[in-house]
Write a protein that binds this ligand. Structure first.
Ligand code: SAH
Length: 454
């Protein structure tokens, strides 16, 4: 029997979607993070459960040919990149398998066309947004980093390979500003101190940068110094803002914004359209992959110019607007008021006249639309990680669209929802994973469902 602190030889034969290698001893699975399939290691057992155990690498005896050297100091501490130790090719195949397994095992879906995952041309520096918590360590040293995996401990320095170089430099400028001006930083435990998060966003096509400081207060001392430094650093800095968040909460952003410099939004071009984006609006993180994702969604929608399309969970309207020219009419639904304002502005700015947006909870709006007999030809749904609730799927089926295009950022809740759609007469036809977040455990999927003809 395995017990804690045993050191055992282990051959890694599998890897989870979360990047943890798996080896087997006496039929028992041992999970070892940061290992690759084919590694021969000595593992130290950390915890033993009934049918499985957790371990860590004590030594690598023979490295797998899928292993690469993780080129980040923070890698083993921060919860972000779980695949930085394996080749990108191997990562893509792990993600492909995770999506397939979820859909077949959790969803019980059969007879669909599984397409190859759409990989990223450059798996680094793709993030157009970052949220960096600010704090102090027990010796009082300034921390601007990322939360460690499964914790609220800030690790690293806030420099990250997944974000563009501008962000790294802006973090350094803000660090200097904090130190030189004695700006107080937030302490989660006592709910005191001023600066909570550094929130940065960049339009990858426009180059425009937004800097937003989330504060537990109403104003930032010496704000003019920070504005001067940031605007001197780059003329691309188009928006500097404060976001007021005085709540005792894990939620990063509060509702209130105050502009220190420039405008409340930055603009970016996506799929040939200009978009205005407020810090409070959702905007896809990886610009180039989003264009591929939306193109796939559009292909699934098979628009001819005659269709009525509903875009549920529409954010700033990007999916629906990118398809509006190929549809007769677009209706977007989203719960965040600022995102809906952005969506309406974005329609106007791009001279799109056949798109409307309503600010409402998706399940309430869908139920109401179904009750009124609304009949879209195509329904696009792009919910947050927790997926759709039953009422949404129920109402979706009542509206009886010919096709449903489900864009998902969580394969497991997607699979659960596809099974419910199947009960209501929607069969899964095509599945395409898209790697929007290289090196991390996240994977996006586009699914085409069709209504079974009565
Ligand atoms: N389709 C958009 C946004 C997708 S993210 C895009 O591609 O950019 C999911 C969106 O769902 C977010 O904008 C979020 O604010 C919104 N949302 C979350 N819960 C919701 C709910 N209950 N009703 C409507 N929208 C919701």
């Amino acid at each position: 029997m395995l017990k804690k602190n045993d050191i055992i030889p282990l051959v890694i034969t599998d890897i989870t979607g979360q990047g943890s290698g798996i080896g087997r001893v006496d039929g028992m699975a041992v999970f070892v993070p940061m290992t690759a399939v084919g590694d021969e290691i000595n593992a130290r057992i950390l915890k033993v459960k009934k049918n499985y155990a957790f371990g860590k690498t004590e030594s690598i005896e023979k490295p797998s040919d899928k292993r690469i050297s993780p080129d980040c100091e923070c890698y083993s501490k921060c919860g972000g990149c779980v695949f930085r130790h394996i080749t990108y090719e191997e990562e893509l195949s792990v993600k492909q398998r995770r999506v397939y397994d979820a859909i077949t095992r959790i969803g019980g879906i059969r007879d669909f066309e599984m397409h190859d995952i759409v990989g990223c041309d450059s798996p680094d520096a793709y993030r157009n947004k970052t949220q960096i918590p600010v704090g102090r360590d027990k010796n009082g040293a300034l921390l601007t980093g990322f939360y460690g995996s499964h914790s609220h401990r800030i690790v690293g320095s806030g420099q990250c390979r997944l974000q563009p170089e501008d962000f790294n430099e802006i973090v350094s400028i803000i660090r200097e500003f904090i130190t030189e001006n004695g700006i107080g930083v937030y302490d989660e435990e006592t709910h005191s101190g001023l600066l909570r998060h550094i929130y940065l966003r960049k339009g990858f096509q426009s180059g425009e940068i937004m800097v937003c400081l989330v504060i537990n207060g109403t104003s930032l001392p010496h704000a003019e110094t920070l504005v001067r430094r940031l605007t001197e650093y780059s003329s691309n800095v188009k928006s500097i803002m404060l976001n007021i968040n005085r709540d005792k909460t894990n939620v990063v952003l509060g509702r209130e914004l105050s502009v220190l410099y420039g405008s409340e939004c930055i603009t970016d071009t996506l799929c040939g359209l200009r978009f205005n984006i407020s810090p409070l609006s959702f905007y896809q993180i990886n610009h180039d992959q989003t264009e591929k994702l939306y193109a796939l969604a559009a292909k699934c929608a098979r628009l001819t110019g005659e269709e009525f399309l509903i875009d549920l969970y529409c954010g700033a309207g990007t999916i629906g607007l990118s398809m509006a020219k190929s549809a007769k009419r677009v209706l977007g639904v989203e719960i965040i008021p600022e995102a809906i304002e952005n969506a309406r502005e974005n329609a106007r700015a791009n001279n799109i006249k056949n798109a409307e947006f309503i600010c409402a909870d998706a399940s309430k709006a869908a139920s109401e639309l179904a009750r009124r007999g609304t009949r879209p030809d195509v329904l696009v749904i792009d919910p947050p990680r927790k997926g759709c609730d039953g009422a949404v799927i129920d109402a979706a089926a009542k509206m009886s669209p010919d096709r449903v295009v489900y864009v998902s950022c969580d394969p497991e809740t997607l699979a659960r929802d596809l099974a419910v759609f199947a009960e209501k007469g929607y069969v899964t036809k095509e599945v395409t994973p898209v790697d929007m977040f290289p090196r991390t455990a996240h994977v996006e999927t586009v699914v085409l469902m069709s209504k079974v003809k009565e």
